[in-house]
Design a binder for this molecule. Sequence first.
Ligand code: 13P
Length: 304
Amino acid sequence: MKPYNGNLLQKIKEFKLERNAIILAHNYQREEIQQVADFVGDSLELSRKAADSDAEVIVFCGVRFMAEVAAILAPEKTVLLPDHHAGCSLAAMVSVADLRQKKKEHPRAAVVAYVNSPAAVKAECDICVTSSNAVAVVNSLAAEEIIFVPDKNLGSYVAKQTGKKVILWDGYCATHHCVTGEDVANARRADPRALVMVHPECRPEVVAAADYSLSTGQMFKLARETENETIIVGTETGVLPRLRQENPEKNFLPLSPKMVCPDMKLVTLIKLLLALVKMRTPVEVPAEISRPARRALERMLAVV
Ligand code: 13P
């Protein structure tokens, strides 16, 4: 590592102590951000960590909806998003007005929000899910009819796994939606013995062609446990450096090199340092949104 980075890392450590801060990073963050973080995980793991931490400041290296979840679950803490432009194009595909209209059309349906949604949308929902618990959470509901926002691919997966009637929203994650069944077929042709694991945000044809559909956290677990030597990874490529580092005897290949989330890559070491020095950018959720959104999140956390 260059000395410049060494200085940067030292400064980050100093300011982190001074601010009584914890650095949380999503599995898609740049390698150097994952290395400097106190905790790296998937959406569910990060939500729990934010709620349980006794730090005064949470620097959330991820995207806005994740920082909002931290602010909702830990209202007494200051939550900072190092780059305030780090949004999520999937979360932006659902609005409160459109969801209210859909609820009118299906008054008996339970409303389930994927965490990749704005806080104001969570406030309109009965319960939240992440990719790691969506099936269990939907199975725990008495309702047989579900409005699922905003990811149609995860919604389809949930419908298939639970057998419930799921009213799908026309949203998708561009990073996951760009891969096709053909990409899986090509990867299998290249190495027929490889294990293929994909994220449930991928198209149904991709999920059907894969061996496993998993959250990013579950991918790390499977990577440790499987005896397969080659693993094709169908999610954002930010997971690859740590998968390789934790499992040096195994070979990890991206399902497609196109699977890069531009928002997740906005956070850099210098922005992380500036977040700590200048206490920016605070993410706050107004109480009238935070209260009902918190109910939906806590209901989820009570299930799994
Ligand atoms: P995970 O909860 O599986 O980490 O997924 C988060 C996400 O945003 C996927 O695009």
